[in-house]
Design a protein around this ligand. Structure first.
Ligand code: SAH
Length: 239
């Protein structure tokens, strides 16, 4: 990685109050190198610069670390090339992370990369959220995190079934967060949860509005959810 981007990464980690910044920056810069190299072979991230990988992907992912601090097990739904799950696993080694994605190729990339970088706290699993949520992963996680997967009404149906009662869905969102929360209100309630907070965060060096929605699970999700994907997509839960 170019020295100026490593500097950005390290300073960003410090600004986000990440512990053991120096060793985390080493691992994350190797991860960025692997991503850049793999992106040339098969398209993981689209057209990105090294600086984009550091700021838009790694630091953006880590801006959510503050909300899962102290938890034991966290699920990342639709992790893609490993966001936010991989940076979170590097910087929160006390938490076990399960990273799930519908695309097997991406999951294999994460398995290989976690092994190469010797990141211990990652299990990667291939599967669709709406199918996995009816199996043994249901209601097992302290938190489910998710970034850039679906609008909040659909995302809630994918993710809330995995969360334990008392746990949270932590959704990474952009500037349209209030509209999304309004549209998802019915779904969130039907799934046994409540919107607890919307928090705007400052991602170091990123010139864009970033928000988190914290959705707290208050009761068991009815067994019929999540429905089949065609229904989730075409008839999102609403009044
Ligand atoms: N979270 C990553 C990737 C976002 S792209 C990031 O922020 O960079 C969306 C990813 O979600 C894709 O990799 C896609 O395969 C996955 N995905 C979409 N719907 C899914 C579902 N129902 N279950 C599991 N993965 C899903």
């Amino acid at each position: 990685m170019l020295p100026e981007n490593f500097e950005l990464l390290l300073n960003g980690l410090k600004e986000l109050n990440i512990k053991n910044c120096d060793s985390a920056a080493e691992v994350l810069s190797e991860y960025a190198d692997i991503l850049e190299e793999t992106n040339q072979k098969f398209n993981l991230l689209g057209n990105v610069t090294q600086r984009d990988i550091v700021v838009k992907h790694i630091l953006d992912s880590l801006s959510g670390a503050q909300y899962i601090c102290g938890m034991k097990n966290v699920l990342d739904i639709g992790t893609g090339a490993g966001f936010p799950g991989v940076p979170l696993a590097v910087c929160c080694p006390e938490i076990h992370f399960t990273l799930a994605d519908a695309t097997e190729k991406k999951v294999n990339f994460i398995k290989e990369t976690a092994q190469k970088l010797n990141i211990k706290g990652i299990t990667a699993i291939a599967g669709r959220a709406e199918e996995l949520a009816h199996g043994k992963m249901r209601e097992k996680y302290d938190a489910c995190v998710s970034r850039a997967v679906a609008s909040l009404n659909k995302l809630s149906e994918y993710c809330i079934p995995f969360v334990k009662c008392g746990g949270i869905l932590l959704a990474y969102k952009g500037p349209l967060v209030f509209d999304e929360v309004n549209d998802a209100d019915f779904a969130i309630n039907a799934l046994g949860a409540k919107t607890e907070a919307i928090r705007q965060v400052n991602v170091p060096y990123l010139d864009a509005e970033r928000n988190f929605v914290i959705i707290r699970k208050v009761k068991v999700t009815p067994a019929l959810y999540p429905r089949k994907n065609a229904l989730i997509k075409n008839k999102p839960l609403s009044k």
